[in-house]
Design a protein around this ligand. Structure first.
Ligand code: FAD
Length: 479
């Protein structure tokens, strides 16, 4: 007698849901993914791969080590989505922290990176471990000022030249730290995972399909969904809730309680043609939530820059952080934010916030005050499980044997998350034991660059973002 097919449903096609659908379908599991938007990975932005968590001074060393390991795994999974350029961390003089505060953590991370390479040479995706980070003194910066900016930097020094020319060197503490934390391009990530899933016969992907209700009946899940104006239903053996900041809605449908936070945030799309060379990403540290909050400068090709500013008039919003209640697992965002998520921003709001972002950045890069506003912000709401708003490395929780919640805070946690789900399916006898942490994702090499580029550009265009945001800065680091 033929064994009955074990059917897995994934609700939500962000980076979490798409990646777990990919992971399980590659292992031979029958997966159906429901995504209400037009395309996969079209939720809140993802631009920085936290390969060491150096952006976050306040998190534990343990979280940083987890982020490093997970980021290496993510690069191996989605190499086509990575922007191979370093990040510079600068501490302003007026900040209460010190540039040297990062040193011991950087050493720890470097040691861990070496260890990961010893365990598996294929982990050497952040370049030479000796160059995982490099320090630049004030004198180094003055010397670099004498050199021309470079469009294709080949060394860490060449990447640093634009900073020596354009940032207010006197406002910063020294040394500056350059670290191999790369960028990740959300449009290319969405294109890669969509094209890859389309090749897999075990995966059924429903976009523009909204899950309206979920009921548990005799250990199975009845999913009611709306597709092309019609209400339909299907029964599944296992449910993965990957609904992002709306995960609490699925919990509520099932009558389950869960503590979580949801935070609405935004980053701004600008263009500045004052520079000749290619920039690394730059972080100017600052105290979150104050007018001096951290400023993050993320380069894209063709003079585009994405800006974050951890102040209440740039990236953060008053009332933007909400928590679940004893009656509902879904934290309730104020209607203003939900309307932004569903319908977009008014022109005035884009202008007001992007102008504040440009002003915030110009205190460190004066010529940036000439930058132009280019499009709607990159924005959205993200969930944080529990009640610690500073948690950055999180992955999954389970309720019973057949219901998993994806609870990542950073994109890099997706493989760790998927491993836990595979383990739970092994426990149910759906997957063989050997499937655990089986990471043969070589199939990505069959994806064609021109297809990824085409799908990424079309996704940027359909979401009204400049085409350049779908392009990578070129690859120059020895990886
Ligand atoms: C401003 C900002 C900047 C950020 N920058 C970074 C960064 O640089 N690096 C990083 O790693 N992370 C970053 N993050 C966090 C990152 O965006 C999130 O952690 C990540 O998107 C979470 O992925 P997800 O798949 O869990 O959720 P989402 O991406 O939100 O995906 C959930 C999906 O579920 C779908 N869905 C929900 N309900 C239903 C339903 N009923 N039926 C069908 N579909 C449904 C939604 O349409 C959505 O597509 C940032 C977040 C913000 C807000």
């Amino acid at each position: 007698m033929q064994k009955e097919l074990f059917r897995v449903a994934v609700v939500g096609g962000g980076v979490a849901g798409s990646s777990v659908a990919l992971y399980l379908s590659e292992l031979g599991v029958d997966v159906t993914l429901f995504e209400k938007s037009k395309s996969l990975v079209s939720g809140p932005p993802i631009c920085h791969l936290h390969a060491g968590g150096n952006l976050y001074r306040d998190i534990s060393d343990e979280q940083c080590l987890t982020l490093l390991k997970e980021s290496i795994e993510l690069i191996r999974l989605y190499p086509q989505a990575i922007d191979y350029r370093p990040t510079v961390i600068a501490v302003p003089k007026e900040d209460s922290g010190s540039a040297s505060d990062l040193f011991s953590r950087l050493e720890l991370l470097q040691k861990e990176y070496k260890k990961l390479i010893e365990e598996d040479a294929a982990n050497r995706v952040l370049g030479d471990p000796e160059l995982y980070y490099k320090l630049f003194s004030y004198e180094d910066m003055l010397a670099l000022k004498e050199r021309e900016e470079v469009t294709h930097p080949q060394t860490l020094e060449e990447w640093m030249i634009p900073l020596s020319h354009h940032i207010e060197l006197e406002k910063l503490q020294y040394p500056l730290v350059m670290v191999q934390e790369y960028g990740i391009n959300i449009f290319r990530l969405g294109a890669t995972v969509s094209l890859w899933l389309a090749k897999n016969k075990n995966a059924t992907i429903f976009t523009q399909t909204e899950v309206k209700d979920v009921k548990e009946e005799n250990g199975r899940f009845l999913i009611e969904y709306e597709q092309e104006g019609e209400c339909k239903e299907q029964v599944f053996d296992y449910l993965i809730n990957a609904a992002g900041f709306r995960s609490g809605e699925i919990d509520d449908m099932l009558g389950l309680r869960r503590e979580r936070l949801v935070e609405f945030k935004a980053a701004y799309v600008t263009k500045c043609e004052a520079f000749k060379g290619s920039w690394p990403e730059v972080i100017f540290h600052g105290e979150r939530g104050t007018p001096r909050g951290m400023a993050q400068f993320t380069p894209y090709p063709d003079g585009y820059f994405q800006l974050h500013g951890m102040t209440k008039n740039v990236t953060l919003f008053s009332d933007g952080l909400v928590k679940s209640s004893p009656n509902s697992a879904q934290p309730k965002l104020p209607p203003l934010f939900l309307s932004k998520i569903e319908k977009g921003w008014s022109k005035e709001a884009v202008k007001e916030r992007t102008s504040s972002a440009i002003k915030h950045m110009s205190q460190f890069i004066p010529v940036f005050s000439n930058a132009k506003i280019m499009s709607q912000p990159l924005y959205g709401a993200q969930q944080i499980p529990g009640e610690d708003a500073s948690l950055r490395a999180a992955d999954i929780s389970f309720e019973g044997e057949r219901y998993a919640r994806c609870e990542i805070v950073k994109a890099s946690s997706v493989l760790n998350m998927a491993d836990h789900i595979a383990k739970s399916l092994i426990g149910l006898g759906v997957l063989p034991k050997e499937s655990y942490k089986k990471r043969d994702f070589s199939a990505h090499s069959s994806l064609k660059e021109e297809d990824i580029q085409r799908v990424a550009e079309s996704s940027a265009k359909s979401r009204s973002y400049p085409k350049s945001l779908a392009n990578r800065c070129f690859r120059s680091i020895d990886v």
